[in-house]
Design a protein around this ligand. Structure first.
Ligand SMILES: [Cu+2]
Length: 131
């Protein structure tokens, strides 16, 4: 009987290890940290603000695309382009800010309240959208 219990415990331990590894892998791919550029194929996309970061931090879009920043954080942030192209002003929790990129180029932006919050929008040639 003791052996059965020991075997069961060992099996549970291995199972817990596997679940732990799976959970770790899931959360790291979830955070998107350093996972590179997210290419947007549609004419509109959303960047979520939470935990003092822009998600995804780097996106690639076509001219004519509207990007909406949605502040899902508990703090007020700004979405401010370093080249002055756009500036949300103080974006309170739950508020959105949208900007349509009509000129190709690379747009670096940051939160002026929390300068470590940075993002980038890369805009290339005209997009073709059905309808
Ligand atoms: Cu901020």
């Amino acid at each position: 009987m003791k052996k059965i219990i020991a075997t069961t415990l060992a099996a549970l331990f291995v199972l817990a290890l596997m679940l732990g590894v799976a959970a770790c892998g899931g959360s790291s791919s979830d955070s998107g940290g350093g996972s590179g550029t997210v290419t947007v194929s549609g004419q509109a996309t959303t960047v979520n603000i939470r935990n003092l970061s822009f998600n995804p931090p780097v996106i690639a879009v076509r001219t004519g695309t509207t990007v909406t920043w949605s502040n899902g954080d508990t703090l007020t942030h700004t979405v401010t382009a370093s080249n002055g192209a756009f500036d949300s002003g103080r974006l309170e929790p739950g508020k959105n800010f949208g900007y349509t990129f009509n000129s190709a180029g690379t747009y670096d932006y940051a939160c002026t309240i929390h300068p470590t919050m940075k993002g980038q929008v890369m805009v290339s040639g005209p997009g073709t959208w059905a309808g």
